[in-house]
Design a protein around this ligand. Structure first.
Ligand code: DC
Length: 236
């Protein structure tokens, strides 16, 4: 623990503002931002590329695990007027391609395969161990960094989460599902993510829970940054 750089763990279901808040906090406090969901989305992308569909079954688990084991991931920080984190998978920039509703569903499904989780664990640990960082996902505080310096668990009402996802998809352009369809998809994903046998989405007992339903992004960032700064000062 003493050799470990400062680690912030942020978990919670989709649409709670995790990504937006953690990106802003990373910039504010000089932490590396690790979006672990993007790794599962990358595996999902690769599965679609080789012809798997959403209704794959258990007989496909070994082949999908191999895809995860072979995948070469690299996060690159692009410095420009609007700095962004890009994800390269096997040398290809997949950042925007992994954000569709089908990718979300496929990511959720492949993330329940134990071999896939095992294949991505080392990378997540290495990223967090490389420098002071903030990792966001579903099992950061429970499995990946159970000894994180500070842990958060974000929640929000289902209607608010669906509303946020819809605005995100609309901002990306292209076809978006309706509010009701999106709400159903999120509920289905929550159900899969929180009932899977391995590393299910759940609040670590020592995580600070923040309900973001009625808060602006600014308010969430200010509250989290204040708590993180206090811990950083204590940790020296
Ligand atoms: O955070 P996200 O919506 O990009 O994540 C996509 C899926 O990946 C999510 O439905 C479950 C899975 N996931 C996971 O199992 N563990 C993580 N640490 C992050 C994401």
């Amino acid at each position: 623990m003493s050799d470990q750089p400062f680690v912030v763990a942020v978990d919670g279901p989709a649409g709670t503002g995790k990504s937006s808040a953690t990106k802003r906090i990373a910039d504010l406090l000089g932490l590396i931002h690790v979006d672990t969901g993007a790794l599962y989305r990358g595996v999902a992308f690769q599965c679609f590329e080789v012809g798997f569909t959403l209704d794959f079954d258990e007989s496909d688990h070994d082949a999908i695990t191999k895809i995860a084991q072979k995948a070469q991931f690299e996060f690159k920080r692009i410095k420009s007027k609007n700095p962004s984190n890009r994800l390269f998978l096997n040398g290809k920039d997949v950042t925007s391609m992994i954000r569709t509703p089908d990718m979300s569903m496929m990511a959720s499904r492949v993330s329940a395969i134990p071999g896939v989780r095992a294949a991505l664990k080392g990378l997540q640990r290495n990223l967090g161990m490389s420098a002071p960082s903030i990792l966001e996902g579903r099992d950061i505080g429970t499995v990946i960094f159970p000894d994180a310096n500070i842990k958060f668990f974000l929640t929000a009402s289902i209607d608010e989460r669906a509303k946020r996802r819809l605005s995100e998809l609309e901002a990306q352009g292209g076809d978006s599902p309706s509010f009701e369809e999106l709400r159903e998809q999120i509920l289905k994903r929550d159900e899969g993510d929180s009932t899977r046998a391995i590393a299910p989405l759940k609040k670590a007992s020592d995580a600070i829970e923040i309900d973001t339903t009625a808060s602006t992004l600014d308010q969430v960032v200010i509250e989290m940054a204040k708590l993180i700064r206090a811990k950083m000062n204590k940790a020296g």
